[in-house]
Design a protein around this ligand. Sequence first.
Ligand SMILES: Nc1nc2c(c(=O)[nH]1)N[C@H]1C(S)=C(S)[C@@H](COP(=O)(O)OP(=O)(O)OC[C@H]3O[C@@H](n4cnc5c(=O)[nH]c(N)nc54)[C@H](O)[C@@H]3O)O[C@H]1N2
Ligand SMILES: Nc1nc2c(c(=O)[nH]1)N[C@H]1C(S)=C(S)[C@@H](COP(=O)(O)OP(=O)(O)OC[C@H]3O[C@@H](n4cnc5c(=O)[nH]c(N)nc54)[C@H](O)[C@@H]3O)O[C@H]1N2
Ligand code: SF4
Ligand SMILES: [Mo]
Length: 756
Amino acid sequence: MPAAPALARHEIVHRSCPLCEAHCGIAVEVERGDAERAERVVTIRGDEADALSRGYLCPKAYGLKGLLEDPDRLRRPLRRRGAGFEEVGWEEALEEAAARLGAVREAYGPDSIATYLGNPNAHDFGSGLLMPVFLRALGTRWRFSATSVDQLPKMVSSCLLFGPPLAFPIPDLDRTDFLLVLGANPVASNGSLMTAPDMPGRLRRLRERGGRLVVVDPRRSETAALADRHLFIRPGADAFLLFALVHVLFAEGRVALGRLAEITRGVEEVRALAEPFSPEAVEPVTGIPAHEIRALARDFAAAPRAACYGRIGTCTQEFGTLASWLVDVVNVLTGNLDREGGVMFPLPAHAPGDPSRGRRGRVPYARWRSRVRGLPEFAGELPVAALAEEIEGPGDARVRALVTVAGNPVLSTPNAARLERALASLDFMVSVDLYLNETTRHADLILPTTTPLERANYDLVFHGFSVRNHAKWSPPAVAPAKELRDTWEVLVELAARVNGTRAEAVGELALRAVLEAAVGPGTTCPQLGPDEAAARLDGETLPERMLDAMLRTGPYGDRFQEGGGDGGLSLRALQAAEHGVDLGALRPRLPELLRTASGAVELAPALLVEDTARLRAALAERREARPFVLIGRRHLRSNNSWMHNVHALAKGRERCTLLMAEADAARLGLATGDSARVRSRVGELVAPVEVTADLMPGVVSLPHGFGHDAAGARLRVAAEKPGVNSNLLTDELALDVLSGNAVLNGIPVEISPAAA
Ligand SMILES: Nc1nc2c(c(=O)[nH]1)N[C@H]1C(S)=C(S)[C@@H](COP(=O)(O)OP(=O)(O)OC[C@H]3O[C@@H](n4cnc5c(=O)[nH]c(N)nc54)[C@H](O)[C@@H]3O)O[C@H]1N2
Ligand SMILES: Nc1nc2c(c(=O)[nH]1)N[C@H]1C(S)=C(S)[C@@H](COP(=O)(O)OP(=O)(O)OC[C@H]3O[C@@H](n4cnc5c(=O)[nH]c(N)nc54)[C@H](O)[C@@H]3O)O[C@H]1N2
Ligand code: SF4
Ligand SMILES: [Mo]
């Protein structure tokens, strides 16, 4: 009898999807390869047993397979040659990158090199753990990232109120009775600074248990459609509305801090600051009737447990830091901060195990400033809205070389046309990226990396923003394409070569630094020295060993005890728990977490109090409603500026449309499918109109992350439906002054019909 052909070996790899902050558990079915067959991903499903996501999945997860298989994604380094690029070997590419960065640094000093770090770094633990090593090796303070087109205002506000810049109060979504959402659309975005897979299900369950959902948004978003109440607000007016809520809470005697009273300072100052912002005073600016504002304040205060939550719409606007602060003020004044069902601070497994560690009273603000506009540094970074001018000069002290890592600033940051001109003028640019795209086409060298399914991960950032404490290990699902490295490996190689050392030596120092902070006197492992701890670490790679050290000495760690010390966590324990480990509901963390100089919650810090003058001035101005203001939006099947080259996600109807209210469209003689010309101070573009009943009159909406028709990019699928780059319209001079964050919502624009 002839032997039966060998059956392909199928395996299921359980891990998480790192594309958005929900980090859902996925089950990746892999057909292992053999002599005749290459290894391949068969399909991707939701992991029903995942401790947090319970099988939930959005369509983007399946796109991970498309990304892995995308013929356009880069598998070998590219070097600029004439008008195009040529493939080069790794050794040559790394040597050249290091040599040219070194030469610029030698000639003009370390601050002549700028770095730009994009969003995917936050979803890659190797990059997160080794990025500091790379930045230190370059020695530059001219660091930029997507932070300053995103959550920077929340970081500034959290730092001033609580101490740690990343201490974000997270809605205790599964236990709250009242969720007030401003400037977020979690049904499309799947939640941000609120890791909670299955937002639609969780919001439905909130209402099923008798809770209420109120959404404040210039657009009746997918989330607003699920809400008990939706209030249209003029873009950029959230700080006025929130101050009016505070005003009503004081005026009607509804302030009740509860347990927080003893650890909070500045309440009376806030009362005085809120005085001018009565509901009647803010009605013309917000567009929300005064009686609605009063009712909202009363309902929020009356709810047994309530959470006020603001996201990208409240950050990327003119009063971003004030709005971010006032969200927390409302929570504090109603006793909802750090209480079950209110907003709470997660405690992730990799956090330092000893709660008393960390310096007090440190506000890393304006220790240096950008050269041209004098914009303040925060937490070691400058606002990316200043990147183009810092490259252009004037003067000899300017940025001459740029390193981008997993970032696409040409589609993500304001005044894209100016930035593109500046990029073209650089002496040298190197990009660590998956694609030859709108940004990396300006690079001299592109160093490609693995895609998520080819590498391990642990959710170093978003476990810290989770609605339940949770830890999960994600093993690679497939082996990386030949010669491809993880981003951290490229960073360590570059760090070593720039300074003429070996990658192993750089790695050893990085691990040593983690161990010195994690063990020894004053830590959870006082009896252990770094060398002893190093000898006991598990993990095949450098970031795995670094993580093992953090987990084992962290709040749930095994403390390096033999046999796992009462089920304590370690890398090995996480690896054995393939569906993740549920570490329980969020628990109160105040005052233990506070790192302010006073040790209290600072409700009225000086920087914020000063900035309220700007808000009072704007209230007095009573600016007449501008003809049109532009806001953005997100779509479930799209992910910022990338994943548009994956056919499974990009297919379907045109998504990059200009939404317009019916009355506005009628007035301009525009109908769905017509073309409109949109013009701002900095640029103009033509986009297809989509008329809707869901938008506030006077407001138009265009998603960001499109404009995939750049010459020389290699994005064949995305180029079929390129859309337009909305950041050709956003203005690099429009900032939330305090933080330097870009204003991406509420851009004044003029609109006119355009020939199709
Ligand atoms: N107008 C407007 N602009 C916005 C926003 C908005 O709402 N409106 N939102 C802002 C926000 S919140 C953000 S976070 C930013 C995002 O801004 P960016 O982070 O600059 O851009 P992304 O679109 O996330 O692009 C990610 C880049 O990383 C690459 N990449 C993806 N995965 C990997 C990987 O694993 N390794 C490596 N090496 N590279 C990888 C992709 O090819 C792409 O080039 O955009 C901001 N810009
Ligand atoms: N599918 C998908 N998911 C994503 C992303 C993606 O691109 N696609 N990006 C990820 C990233 S990087 C981030 S940061 C998060 C962002 O997550 P979210 O903050 O939920 O982002 P958006 O969906 O853009 O929702 C912002 C909402 O703010 C509204 N808005 C605009 N201006 C104002 C204003 O002035 N005031 C108020 N009150 N509302 C305003 C907009 O109409 C919009 O409905 O999403 C993440 N998840
Ligand atoms: S919501 Fe979608 S993109 Fe986000 S983690 Fe889950 S599956 Fe991935
Ligand atoms: Mo973001």
